[in-house]
Design a protein around this ligand. Structure first.
Ligand code: ADP
Ligand code: ADP
Length: 223
């Protein structure tokens, strides 16, 4: 599970007023368990597409299907990490990481603690998000994402702002989770090196108006 079809998707913000065409004529098929990165200049519509896949936004035209079913709203099987921090500020780090599993009454404390440790957050279990640095909050968000065990991981520049070494550790942690547990990943970045390092396939979006957005689609073979 976890196949995604982006089928003739267009998204226009404020269609009656400013009429911003964020995405148009976007078509992309992503296989279950595939890891794709989306690369493109700022403002080309990367986040918009991902929010359509997440179900937070409804396309103006076309549709997104997951395993053949039209997306119409968020679903826990699709986990999202945004650039801007979205930890629950009123919950501690450990409570944030446990949140998803607890909603499903299947908390595995060993796994939760393991993830907190893997992300270098041991000792901060009982801290609140505002007590941590930005980089630490990003790592906690990753731990929360992994703990949720989604079929699909949608990640919008999750490592931007991390120092080079932490970024490398996070990339390795992500690849490990992806390789060990079958998941589909869409990872947005504007770091070319990161895009090529992580992905099976890199999709490049154009920012030029009137151009179909998925202009280039590069398959990278793994040995
Ligand atoms: P990217 O993620 O590639 O930077 P976005 O999807 O954020 O691109 O934005 C695509 C275009 O849509 C940009 O021109 C942006 O200014 C515009 N846009 C994004 N969100 C909104 C919004 N809520 N209302 C109006 N315009 C928006
Ligand atoms: P990161 O390494 O996540 O990018 P920083 O460079 O700000 O974040 O922090 C470096 C290290 O300093 C952290 O890994 C952590 O051990 C410690 N640290 C940062 N902020 C705090 C804080 N608010 N309280 C305690 N320790 C902190």
């Amino acid at each position: 599970t976890g196949a995604i079809e982006i089928d003739d998707v267009a998204k226009v913000y404020d269609p009656d007023g400013d009429h911003v065409v964020a995405v148009e004529d976007m078509n992309l098929d992503i296989e279950a368990n595939e890891f794709i990165t989306i690369l493109g200049p700022s403002g080309c519509g990367k986040s918009t597409v991902m929010e359509c896949v997440a179900g937070y936004l409804e396309p103006t035209e076309g549709e997104v299907r997951v395993d053949g079913t039209r997306v119409n709203g968020p679903d826990p099987s699709r986990g999202v990490v945004f650039q801007a921090n979205r930890l629950f500020p009123w919950l501690t780090i450990a409570e944030n990481v446990r949140f998803g599993p607890r909603m499903r009454s299947e908390v595995d404390n060993e796994r939760v603690n393991g993830l907190i440790k893997q992300m270098g957050l041991d000792g901060f279990e009982d801290s609140y998000p505002h007590e941590l640095s930005g980089g630490m909050q990003q790592r906690a968000e990753l731990a929360r994402l992994f703990a949720n065990d989604p079929d699909i991981m949608l990640m919008d520049e999750p490592f931007s702002g991390l120092d080079a070494m932490t970024k490398e550790l996070m990339q390795e942690a992500l690849l490990e989770v992806w390789e060990n547990e079958s998941r589909t990943v869409i990872f947005i970045t504007h770091d070319v090196e990161e895009a090529i390092f992580l992905a099976d396939r890199v999709v490049v979006m154009s920012a030029r108006p009137g151009r179909a957005k998925d202009v280039l689609d590069v398959d990278l073979e793994r040995p």
